[in-house]
Design a protein around this ligand. Structure first.
Ligand SMILES: [Zn+2]
Ligand SMILES: [Zn+2]
Ligand SMILES: [Zn+2]
Length: 485
């Protein structure tokens, strides 16, 4: 397949300008504004000696203090997780009801929609680098024990179809489920059956920021919903990171349109000639420009089952996969004025950004809380409730506790550098059961100190740590590595 086609000089210059890392001054200014909107003046983003930029304490933190709650710029639930959890497509909170969550999952399972239908490419190419975030030891344990992934159906006892249906359609009410109310489901304003929301405000915010171009419903602003469906099908079959990349592109195109509109309003009608002003695209792209990027096919770690001698062909295969995905996406949302954004070079860098900066998006399940609550009930009540809940628990097996899982880009979190002796970590406390990134101090952090987290298991031996960190594109020079080198 011939991938590289001749592109004119201006076009490649524009791509280079978009990929140019922002200057230290721009970085500082952008994050100052971002921190101000989050009412968090106790942090500062500054250039560092080794890694471009870092996050510094502007106040003293005590051990286990909350350092930061970072809102995502863009995130997506994993395709494979959509069978297990119905969440708001914008804020990722669980929606509907406990009964609906359980009934829907069992219903889809009975229909044969497998949550584990991830392809080979998906397993190999995705999440290969990182599982920064959450308590890493916890996440690994959960994954091994199947806490956050569906377990094989053999240890489950299926429920009769009519019981599953009555859970799903709301006819059956579970004991004490009123203690775990979930927001009612709001449909997509564009009329697709893909996205659901917890509120009208989430539906509107998603529509304006991302979804209007990616909606497959009648109200979609995409040029071809048919093409969009093809793009989504390809992503679901190969690697759902493409869906997140599409969200970032849609976000930038929509921002570009808004900027253009507000400039027109500001200056009257005679500025039409200015409408092709490239600086508008640079401005629209700015939030995403803050993320560290490398080309996906260059930075992705070689999977264990790929021999070193096949590396070049493996990387070419990844590049071709991205090329195919991009062609499908372009057919759906092409925008002439944002043309450089839809180049393979940009697409590769956007996906690479998720590879290098991703934080797992995790939202704990209220279904798990519900069953824990039943288990903790005092005796006669517990026995009575369990007559209803026990068969449901048996049908769910270990899956009763599956959380919402996905990938998201958190702008501030992504500025935090790695240390094998970190002073903070991504960890969710009981009260942080949402889709935001939570960073907690592991030890006292003094004002002026850099805040560091560990991207890997910092207890691994020196050589293994360095090998893992090489996938992030750097050699670690933290105090622990300097001692052990
Ligand atoms: Zn929401
Ligand atoms: Zn929609
Ligand atoms: Zn280190």
């Amino acid at each position: 397949m011939e991938i590289i086609c001749p592109i004119d000089k201006q076009f490649s210059d524009q791509i280079a300008a978009l990929l140019e890392p922002p200057s230290p001054h721009e970085v500082q200014k952008y994050f100052e504004e971002l921190l101000a909107t989050r009412q968090c003046r106790c942090l500062k983003v500054k250039p560092t000696a080794y890694h471009g930029k870092g996050v510094y304490a502007e106040t003293d933190f005590k051990e286990s203090d909350l350092v930061l709650k970072d809102q995502m710029l863009a995130g997506a639930q994993h395709s494979s997780n959509k069978v297990d959890c119905l969440v708001c497509s914008y804020c990722f909170c669980f929606i509907g009801s406990i009964e609906l969550q359980i009934g829907r999952k069992l219903f889809l399972e009975q229909l044969g929609v497998s949550p584990n239908s991830e392809s080979h490419m998906q397993k190999d190419c995705y999440n290969s680098g990182s599982s920064v975030g959450e308590d890493d030891s916890d996440v690994e344990d959960q994954q091994v024990s199947g806490k956050c992934a569906s377990s094989p159906s053999k240890d489950k006892i299926p429920l009769p179809k009519d019981v599953v249906e009555s859970l799903f359609n709301g006819e059956m009410q579970l004991p004490y489920s009123e203690k775990f109310p979930l927001p009612p489901i709001v449909s997509c304003p564009g009329g697709c059956k893909e996205n659901y929301y917890c509120s009208k405000s989430c539906a509107e915010a998603d529509w304006e920021s991302f979804h209007s171009l990616l909606c497959t419903g009648e109200g979609s602003k995409s040029s071809s919903t048919k093409a969009l469906l093809k793009f989504m099908e390809h992503a679901n079959d190969t690697n759902d990171i493409f869906l997140l990349a599409a969200k970032v592109i849609s976000f930038t195109i929509l921002r570009h349109r808004n900027l253009k509109e507000s400039r027109h309003e500001g200056k009257g009608k005679h500025v039409i000639s200015e409408s092709r002003d490239f600086s508008l695209l640079l401005e629209a792209w700015k939030p995403v420009s803050m993320g560290y990027k490398r080309r996906w096919w260059d930075c992705i770690a070689l999977p264990d089952d790929v021999d070193g001698s096949d590396e070049a062909s493996f990387r070419m295969q990844i590049k071709e996969l991205a090329f195919t995905s991009l062609q499908l996406l372009k057919a759906a949302i092409f925008d002439e004025e944002c043309k450089p954004l839809l180049s393979l070079e940009m697409y590769g860098h956007i996906i690479g950004m998720f590879e290098l900066n991703n934080l797992d998006l995790v939202v704990e399940s209220p279904v798990e809380d519900y069953f824990l609550y039943i288990d903790d009930l005092p005796l006669p009540g517990k026995e009575e409730a369990e007559q209803t809940t026990k068969p449901i628990l048996d049908a769910l097996g270990d899956d009763y506790s599956i959380c919402c899982q996905g990938t998201a880009f958190f702008p501030l979190q992504s500025c935090m550098n790695h240390s094998c002796r970190p002073n903070a970590k991504a960890f969710k406390r009981e009260e942080d059961r949402d889709g935001q990134a939570t960073i907690i101090a592991l030890q006292p952090i003094a004002r002026g100190e850099e805040i560091t987290i560990s991207y890997i298991d910092e207890d691994l031996p020196f050589e293994e740590r360095q090998a893992l960190l090489a996938d992030y594109g750097f050699r670690c020079r933290c105090s622990k590595c300097l001692e052990e080198a």
